[in-house]
Design a protein around this ligand. Structure first.
Ligand code: GLY
Ligand code: MN
Ligand code: MN
Length: 454
């Protein structure tokens, strides 16, 4: 095996990647072949593709970021051999598209055992399949691989019929990897802290440079410019909604100017070495919350703090949501927005009166995917699995009083307000650690910051 010194400049050590591979492969029957393709390229317009982003499973297992590749693992009888099919060096292609790591580069400097050219994939995978009883494949990512496997399993002349060899079962390995990805290692947490720090910095920068009349797109540009100038990029398209636009949960057009007296809701996070951060802050463009805005802001903040405090080892996944819902339900009644009992406000969560104004969940897992993988509510019933050390989740309650909605009634003073506050929280045995704690969220901090950089 190669030494760590020869490794490419990857986010993690060779032993970190090798550890992930062996924990994964320990769960795979040794007579099976593992095939994990990266994401496909997608077309944006004629001759133009969307920027490529490798599949999170590929990043997780070996840190390989180039397109078109497929990871294969095969047991030799002694050990699992992990190989990558990659684009080979090709001067003409590299002149147009950029340099490739190539077969030798991949085999010398990536945490894998062998690299092969994609041109040989058909032949090598077919041969490997005839020696395997099962296939662990993530389907629908790579048509070539899907077809090779499909043929091996269904062709009339398949080896199985004549020689008693060849795959008879096809299994999706992603749930094994998803479970592994739920609890982050120390090295992953370090990277996630960097991602959280950069997103916090971007939000603070945008607050400093906000003034009345600013375009939503200008706030987006400051935030994403900050990501980019630090070698990063967004982990999901930024949401920047002024005034009523803040009440549209997935508002992406970011095309309106923000008026005097309005709040702006900014939900933006970045990706560092593949790991997402996810922050929402809401601030007044003129630097001063009005009394009615303050009432709602403080309620959402109290709910968020209660949600964070609930993030403890051993509590059910739903605990943060329940804590936030309780604070918000109580507050809505106190503010005269809901005229009902606490129990009616809470209801059975989805049918509670509070849901009119707080219509989304409070937490999702965060990692290589912004809505990260892993089962949180086994069987779909109850309050969900228990939180474990190393899990990272968001806490993000909000209240939305869209002025254009005809199905709700709110006091005039709250109409048009939309507020969400979102942080990224690491579960530890000593309690919740807010990875995004550098990002200001107290009213006094925000008021001091907004416009201070102009
Ligand atoms: N930015 C997506 C979310 O908050 O879940
Ligand atoms: Mn989120
Ligand atoms: Mn978000």
């Amino acid at each position: 095996r190669k030494s760590v010194n020869s490794m490419a400049n990857l986010p993690f050590s060779e032993s970190e990647y090798r550890g992930r591979q062996s924990r994964f492969l320990d769960k795979i029957p040794q007579d099976s072949l593992v095939l994990i393709p990266t994401n496909p390229n997608s077309i944006r317009s004629n001759d133009v593709q969307y920027p490529f982003r490798a599949s999170s499973y590929m990043l997780y297992l070996c840190g390989w970021t180039d397109p078109e590749s497929v990871l294969m693992a095969k047991h030799t009888g002694n050990d699992w051999i992990v190989s990558l099919f990659v684009q080979p060096n090709d001067t003409t292609a590299e002149i147009w598209e950029g340099r490739r790591i190539g077969i030798e580069g991949a085999s010398a400097r990536w945490p894998i055992d062998e690299a092969h050219s994609l041109a040989q994939m058909n032949e090598i995978v077919k041969a490997a399949l005839t020696e395997s009883n099962g296939v662990y494949l993530i389907q629908k990512l790579n048509d070539d691989i899907d077809q090779i496997v499909d043929e091996a399993m269904t062709s009339k002349s398949r080896q199985r019929n004549t020689y008693g060899m060849g795959p008879i079962s096809l299994v999706d390995p992603s749930s094994i990897l998803d479970e592994m990805r739920m609890c982050k290692s120390e090295a992953e947490i370090e990277v996630m802290q960097k991602s959280a720090n950069l997103a916090s910095m971007a939000h603070s920068l945008a607050m400093k440079n906000t003034q009345v009349g600013i375009g939503e797109w200008q706030i987006q540009a400051m935030i994403e410019g900050c990501f980019q100038s630090h070698g990063s990029q967004w982990s999901y398209p930024s949401i920047v909604g002024g005034g009523d636009n803040a009440t549209i949960l997935h508002y992406h057009s970011n095309s309106k100017a923000v008026n005097e007296g309005d709040l702006v809701l900014v939900d933006a996070g970045c990706e560092v070495d593949g790991y997402a951060s996810d922050i929402t802050r809401t601030w007044p463009v003129n630097g001063k919350f009005s009394d009615s805005q303050k009432e709602i802001y403080n309620l959402v903040l109290e709910a968020e703090l209660a949600g964070i405090a609930a993030c403890k080892v051993g509590v059910p996944w739903n605990a943060s949501h329940k804590a936030s819902m309780e604070v918000i339900s109580k507050g809505l009644i106190e503010l005269g927005i809901l005229d009902c009992s606490f129990d009616e406000a809470m209801g059975d969560d989805l049918d509670g009166k509070t849901r009119q104004f707080f219509m989304h969940g409070t937490s999702h897992s965060l990692g290589l995917d912004v809505h990260d993988v892993g089962v949180t509510k086994p069987g779909g019933e109850g309050d969900g699995r228990l939180l474990e050390e190393g899990m990272v989740l968001t806490v993000e309650p909000g209240l939305y009083f869209a002025s254009w909605r005809e199905d709700i009634q709110v006091p005039e003073r709250y109409s048009g307000i939309g507020i969400r506050i979102e942080d990224d929280v690491l579960i530890t045995k000593d309690g919740p650690v807010v990875l995004t704690s550098n990002c200001p969220k107290k009213i006094t901090e925000i008021e001091a910051l907004v416009g201070s950089g102009l």
